[in-house]
Design a protein around this ligand. Structure first.
Ligand SMILES: NC(=O)c1ccc[n+]([C@@H]2O[C@H](COP(=O)([O-])OP(=O)(O)OC[C@H]3O[C@@H](n4cnc5c(N)ncnc54)[C@H](O)[C@@H]3O)[C@@H](O)[C@H]2O)c1
Length: 240
């Protein structure tokens, strides 16, 4: 019950990792604000977890996002988890794909965080934020240009926030998985070398990613800020 009575905003809460996060944080005693733009998914979440407060917010709408998040009041924790993957080669990349990728992973995370942090500071809460990024932010793969560059922008946002918010005792960290056993993984372009290069020879399970987020967000290691936790079976450090 490490998160007992603590308020947590999870974006992308109706997705695969989001739902697993909601489940685990509720079991840890937290009060959950589940943000997503998919009403069907939010309704299903509400049926499964009646105590969750669902919030239909499209992160592409700057003002509606600010109003919606502000209305939740001060919270202790934020997980910027909403995301999407569009598989297009560099020469095929469309303006809409670039806008959506940067709009959700960078501008959306920045916007939500700004409102959350202002309310944390006002309420004197020493909060913690985790940005759900990817190894794609620093390893370039074919057909992931919009996704990768937007996650790279998110990583720099993590660093900037960690540097500026330390004086308010607010920590900001990132988790950077490679492929996770989810539907999103099926949309990723096939990479024949991926398993060869992965020392542990398997992709991550959702529960492993959730464990990493709980550890990084919580107070088990409160000196940690501006950190990037790769969850990738060794893929990103392998020279094979
Ligand atoms: N699945 C993987 O293999 C993998 C690997 C590395 C990183 N990640 C990251 O993990 C996070 C969660 O991924 P997932 O596998 O659960 O994906 P998912 O598609 O199951 O869930 C993503 C959720 O984000 C929501 N979302 C998208 N755009 C939004 C917007 N404009 N406003 C509000 N909500 C929006 C979707 O509605 C969806 O519910 C993403 O940030 C993703 O980039 C996933």
């Amino acid at each position: 019950m490490a998160f007992k009575d603590k308020k947590v905003i999870i974006t992308g809460a109706a997705g695969n990792i989001g739902r697993a996060l909601v489940d685990r944080f509720l079991a840890s005693g937290a009060i959950i604000f589940a943000v997503d733009k998919a009403q069907d998914g939010l309704d299903a979440l509400q049926r499964q977890f009646p105590n969750v407060r669902i919030c239909n917010i499209d992160l592409m709408d700057w003002e509606a996002t600010r109003e919606g998040v502000d209305a939740l009041g001060p919270v202790h924790y934020l997980i910027n988890n909403a995301g999407l993957v569009i598989a297009e080669s560099f020469l095929e990349m469309k303006l809409e794909s670039i806008d959506l990728s940067l709009g959700v992973h960078f501008k959306g995370a920045l916007n939500v965080s700004q409102v959350v942090v202002k309310n944390m500071i006002k309420a004197g809460i020493p909060g913690s934020i985790v940005n759900v990024s990817s190894v794609a932010s620093f390893r370039a793969s074919t057909k992931l240009g919009a996704y990768s560059t937007s996650k790279a922008a998110m990583d720099m946002l993590t660093k900037v926030m960690a540097v500026e918010l330390g004086e308010h005792k607010i920590r900001v960290n990132s988790i950077n998985p490679s492929v996770i056993l989810t539907e999103m993984a099926q949309k990723l372009p096939q990479n024949d070398n991926f398993m060869t290069r992965t020392p542990l020879k398997r992709i991550a399970r959702i529960d492993e990613v959730v464990n990493a987020i709980l550890f990084t967000l919580g107070d088990e290691c409160p000196i940690m800020t501006g950190n990037f936790l790769t969850i990738d079976g060794g893929y990103s450090i392998s020279a094979n």
